[in-house]
Each structure stands twice: as structure tokens, then as C-alpha cells.
Ligand binder design. Structure first.
Ligand code: ATP
Length: 210
């Protein structure tokens, strides 16, 4: 990404069917550097399906996604984005440290070292613990550490507050505010109402069509 200040994610005319049921149609939006898009909607309205389309795990039935003006397949999109989904994306038999080293080897270095990131997400001292021994909230914190040690302009987060205690929720909110203040962007789903008044927040409310 040559000029991160001008980064933008644009979706145009997206639609998605699941088992012949239309989840959404003709959905268009733009997220620019420094902005957060919050996807809201009832259970089953299609939020995760939309995130999976944005991450390239699934194709939209119609429409196109652009990163900085180019179709995502023709851009640096996959180098510039990171996804944290329902599953925490870690290897359970490896230790916390091994997982983070693995993530770092696959991406480019972010602004936090592994040690700093573990400290930030309050997992300092858990370096040598196999991931399967961590609690659900600790696993979620580990997936946040993964975001911090790698360089990604766009964070795509599916229900990032799940399993987190009150302090953990505040932690994500502050990490996201920091990311956005530095010109990053985020697309997330949440049933938790974001209390981030100073964020440049856009909202899309999905309502299942049929
Ligand atoms: N792999 C799949 N195969 C078939 N249908 C699916 C699949 N995954 C999701 N669906 C269906 O698509 C619809 C939308 O699911 P999705 O997970 O996108 O909703 P959501 O808005 O994220 O819901 P929640 O708030 O419960 O997480 C649901 O009716 C679901 O049953």
C-alpha cells in the first residue's frame, strides 16, 4: 500500500443467498482510512456472511469489492487486511509464543513486538502456555495480540467482544481507537453497543430480506 491515508474499501451492489434465501441485496458502502463500519442486525441476518465475503472466503452472488479503487484480486488487499473470526485462528497445540511467531512469519511486522503485544493484551507470562490451556477470553486476547504484531490497515472483526470481560472490552475499544487514529480502518459485527464516541463510526443494519 503506497499511500495508506488514501486507502478505501468499497463494496458495490453486493448480494448474498444462503440455501436460496436472500440475506441482503444491492448493498453498497465505502470505508475510508480512519473509519469504522459496524454491521448490526438480528441473529441470522447475514453479518458473518458479509464479513466472509469481504475476506474472500466466499463470493458474493452479485457485486464487486474494491480496495483503493482496484478489484481486490488485483490489489494488495490480502496483505493489507487481517481477519479475526469466531474461531480464534490459533494452533491449539502450539504455545502462545509459537503462535505469535508463526503469525509474524506470515505477515509484515506491525508496531508492537511480541513482548509488547502480550503485555498490552495482558497475557505477559503466558508465553509458554499451550493455547488449549487458555480460557476463552485469553484466546480472544491472543487473537488481538496477533493483530498488533502484524501490519494491517484493515481489521475485519467478527464479534470481537465475545468472551471478554469488561476490562477486555475496554481494551479492544482502546486498541481500535488507536488503530483508527493512526489511519487504520475496521469493519466489525457486534451485538455489544460500541461506546466509542470519538470514533468515526458508520453503521449498516442488515435485515434478512425473505
Ligand atoms: N455454511 C452455511 N450453509 C448454509 N447456510 C448458512 C451457512 N452459514 C450461515 N448460513 C445461514 O445464513 C444465514 C445468515 O447467517 P450469518 O452467520 O451470516 O448471520 P449473522 O447475522 O452473522 O448471525 P449471528 O448474529 O447469529 O452471528 C443464517 O440463516 C444461517 O443459517
Amino acid at each position: 500500500m503506497e499511500n495508506p491515508q488514501h486507502a478505501s474499501l468499497q463494496a458495490s451492489g453486493l448480494s448474498c443467498f444462503r440455501d436460496e434465501r436472500l440475506l441482503f441485496s444491492d448493498l453498497s458502502f465505502t470505508v475510508n482510512a480512519g473509519e469504522v463500519l459496524l454491521l448490526e442486525g438480528a441473529n441470522g441476518s447475514g453479518k458473518t456472511s458479509l464479513l466472509r465475503i469481504l475476506c474472500g472466503f466466499r463470493e458474493a452472488d452479485t457485486g464487486e469489492i474494491y480496495w483503493c479503487g482496484s478489484k481486490i484480486a488485483d490489489s494488495s488487499y490480502y496483505d493489507d487486511m487481517a481477519y479475526v473470526g469466531h474461531a480464534d485462528g490459533t494452533k491449539k497445540e502450539l504455545t502462545v509464543l509459537e503462535n505469535l511467531k508463526f503469525a509474524l512469519a506470515l505477515g509484515s511486522a506491525g508496531k508492537y513486538s511480541i513482548e509488547q503485544a502480550l503485555d498490552k493484551v495482558q497475557l505477559a507470562g503466558f508465553d509458554d502456555n499451550p493455547v488449549h490451556t487458555l480460557s476463552a477470553g485469553q484466546k480472544r486476547r491472543l487473537s488481538l495480540a496477533r493483530l498488533l504484531i502484524t501490519h494491517n490497515l484493515l481489521w475485519v472483526l467478527d464479534e470481537p467482544f465475545t468472551s471478554l470481560d469488561r476490562q477486555g472490552i475496554k481494551l479492544i475499544e482502546s486498541l481500535m481507537a488507536e488503530h483508527i487514529a493512526q489511519g487504520g480502518m475496521a469493519v466489525l459485527t457486534s451485538h455489544h453497543d460500541l461506546s466509542m464516541a470519538d470514533l468515526n463510526l458508520k453503521r449498516i443494519h442488515l435485515q434478512a430480506c425473505q
